[in-house]
Design a protein around this ligand. Sequence first.
Ligand code: CP
Length: 311
Amino acid sequence: MNTGALRHLISTNDLTDDELVSLVERGAEFSSASLRSGGHLSGLVAGILFLKTSTRTRTSFSAAALRLGAQIVSFGPGDLQTNTGETLEDTAAVLSGMLDLLVVRTSGDPADLRALASQQRMAVVNAMTADEHPTQAVADLVTLLRRFGRIEGLRICYVGEGNNTAAALALTLSRFKGVHLELRTPPGYGLDPAVLRAAEANAARSGATLAEFHTMDGAADGFDAIYTTRWQTTGTSKPDPEWRTVFAPFQVTAALWDRSPEAVFLHDLPAHRGEDVTAEVLDGPHSVAFDQAENKMYAAMAVLEWCAGRR
Ligand code: CP
């Protein structure tokens, strides 16, 4: 069993500024060939519990654990007795006697994660809830750090729904001095006001700036990165049958590069070419979306190492 001090990672708010920077820098370090395998997690067993679909997050955490010497036990949506009424607290009490880490994507309710983290023998990692996708943000910041050599001072334009990816991005980027984050979210699909307030408070403290608009008109120029996500966030649906009409002006097209010719394109994926982004952009020279996906594994390595108390 693990002997270090376990830490849960349910929200980016669980991290101090220094811990966030340390995780991002460590993720970038893991991208170096010499660190892509090793015994950093030897002797540990990680549970990988995904009740919702995932290509990147599930694989990145599984591969990260295996590459760092841990063993994994995978659970899909039909596997646990939670399906027959066992509580998450009882499940956590049992699993924590056998596992050191548990990476979880459940129904999306953040309370599920808090219930699983109601013990201190097994570190719980949020692999996406309805409100936040914290490990995606770590991977996104690793991508920016690797690309620009810094995060401070970057100008980022986020286009699309104010979803869990946007929330984690806003809550983390706003901690870096000089960052300007401009969010262009469809009307009615903006950031949760509480998240926006929290990000604004971070920005006031750090010296970042943050602005949300519900139109694509009047967008600033000179961005270092333009970021979007899929319109149908995993595990969600939109009751308004006309929602595509509302989202249509927020498609990321090559025209956005007229005023930000040096910007890289980021996408947490999966993308829907012709919907949230054109194929020309996703497959074009500015796109680092597939590097960003690979960085999820390096971010996962850093997160597992930190949650296991091995660093
Ligand atoms: N970006 C992301 O979370 O991808 P998956 O849903 O495939 O894990």
